[in-house]
Design a protein around this ligand. Structure first.
Ligand SMILES: CC(C)(COP(=O)(O)OP(=O)(O)OC[C@H]1O[C@@H](n2cnc3c(N)ncnc32)[C@H](O)[C@@H]1OP(=O)(O)O)[C@@H](O)C(=O)NCCC(=O)NCCS
Length: 173
């Protein structure tokens, strides 16, 4: 199976915060931002895999800075690592107002997508080869994040994770 680079499927989605996207404080509603993040991650996963992909999980999302009505929101999605039928997508969100210097990083998240065929059978996904230093660091740390989310979801036992078993098991027990 062919190996691909993260740059081949990078997805940049730009939106403007309109009145019906906001909460009662005139800030972008968290749920609307998560919807855009899910769409960007879904497009990125499909570009990489070439098949229909579904969201399997979203790691914790923190909203560091409010995003105001009328601001421009840029959501960047990149594949960090492919496992077998699943892949991890890193999302970074920036917001900017009209004035120069207002561009700021507002949040980030890791999504996991699974590739499916037309009968909902899971598909093997082409591997990814990181190129930049940042891509290599995200690739290397992806195994830990995957093990952690599978343990928290009850899909992996802590002692099955080479990366994390020392955290979860008592060596003196
Ligand atoms: C995601 C889904 C396809 C997983 O299918 P499954 O039969 O339960 O899962 P499996 O145990 O065969 O695992 C398939 C892959 O998903 C991964 N996965 C499953 N649950 C996961 C979770 N909670 N977090 C991260 N990855 C997960 C597994 O690690 C595996 O990856 P791998 O093949 O790369 O090792 C299935 O649960 C599903 O269809 N969920 C609904 C998806 C959906 O509708 N999303 C939109 C939101 S409403």
């Amino acid at each position: 199976m062919v190996t691909k680079f993260p740059s081949e499927s990078i997805t940049v989605m730009t939106e403007m915060v309109m009145p019906n996207d906001t909460n009662t404080l005139n800030n972008l509603m968290g749920g609307n931002l998560m919807r855009w993040m899910d769409i960007a991650a879904g497009i990125c996963s499909r570009r990489h895999s070439g098949c229909v992909c579904v969201t399997a999980s979203v790691d914790s999302v923190a909203f560091h800075n409010p995003i105001r009505l009328g601001e421009i929101v840029t959501i960047t999605a990149k594949v960090t690592r492919v496992f077998n039928t699943s892949m991890e997508i890193h999302i970074v969100v920036h917001a900017e107002g009209i004035n120069p210097g207002t561009r700021r990083r507002c949040n980030e998240a890791f999504f996991t997508f699974v590739g499916l065929d037309e009968w909902d059978n899971k598909l093997s996904i082409p591997k990814i080869e990181p190129q930049t230093d940042e891509e290599k660091a995200l690739y290397a740390s992806a195994q830990r994040r995957r093990d952690m989310r599978l343990i928290l979801a009850g899909r992996m036992k802590p002692n099955q994770s080479e990366e994390l078993k020392a955290i979860f098991t008592n060596p003196n027990a």
